[in-house]
Design a protein around this ligand. Structure first.
Ligand code: HEC
Length: 203
């Protein structure tokens, strides 16, 4: 054998060994025994694969510290006041989120005439009817959090601070739909009359 074929043979052995090693990996990692979400398991005495929280576990989410923020309710029922600070930015955020998550059914003015409804989805009540005008900000938060009849819950899609922003925006939207020019503060009225609805509004 020449020196060259020796080197080739060594390469061949190395490649074969590597191949064997890789084959040895198999699919054991992918196929190891495990319990899927909510599957039963004979391993635990209660037959459930899901384990209950340990006693005394405290949620580190904000709701663990402030249940009103998380549920929209206190001991007296649904809250009538926002548990976070109301600001112009919060309403803008609420408007943006409402337009993304709610307007396709509830409509941009809350009338319940969004595009999905016009295409045949059951029509929700108008936010501008007396019962819903009187409904508290906590009511809107709760409907989003828990779902309402045929409307599914938004708890997993919209974080609580955004649900509050939307609830606050819906209350503002209701005001806007039932307002007269007398409700507009004098300093902003002039801007509105001039058709300048953006530039001169106080922030
Ligand atoms: C896919 C369409 C759809 C979307 C999107 C939707 N809703 Fe609804 N919503 C409905 C329908 C339909 C009902 C009435 C359900 C029923 O009565 O069974 C409803 C009911 C409600 C109610 C209760 C009204 C009442 O009569 O007391 C509130 C409040 C509400 N929705 C708020 C929201 C908010 C806020 C959003 C956005 C985060 C949203 N919804 C997104 C369809 C929708």
């Amino acid at each position: 054998m020449t020196r060259r074929t020796h080197r080739d043979a060594r390469w061949l052995v190395a490649v074969l060994a590597l191949g064997l090693l890789l084959v040895g990996c198999g699919r054991n990692m992918a196929e190891q025994p495990k319990v899927g979400t909510l599957q039963p398991s004979p391993f635990f005495a209660d037959g459930s694969g899901s384990r209950p929280l340990l006693e005394g576990t405290v949620s580190r989410e904000r709701g663990g510290i402030d249940p009103v923020f998380f549920t929209g309710q206190d001991a007296g029922g649904l809250v009538t006041e926002l548990p976070i600070e109301l600001s112009y930015e919060l309403l803008l955020r609420g408007q943006e989120r409402y337009d993304i998550f709610c307007a396709m059914c509830h409509g941009y003015t809350g009338e319940g005439d969004g595009m999905i409804v016009r295409r045949g989805f059951p029509q929700p009540a108008s936010f501008n009817e007396p019962r819903l005008l009187d409904a508290s900000v906590g009511y809107y938060f709760s409907a989003m959090t828990n779902g309402f009849g045929r409307m599914y819950s938004y708890a997993s899609r919209i974080p609580p601070e955004d649900r509050w922003a939307i609830a606050a925006y819906v209350k503002a939207l209701q005001l806007s739909q039932n307002a007269s020019i007398d409700d507009v503060p004098a300093e902003v009225r002039r801007a509105l009359e001039l058709g300048d609805s953006e530039g001169s509004l106080p922030r």
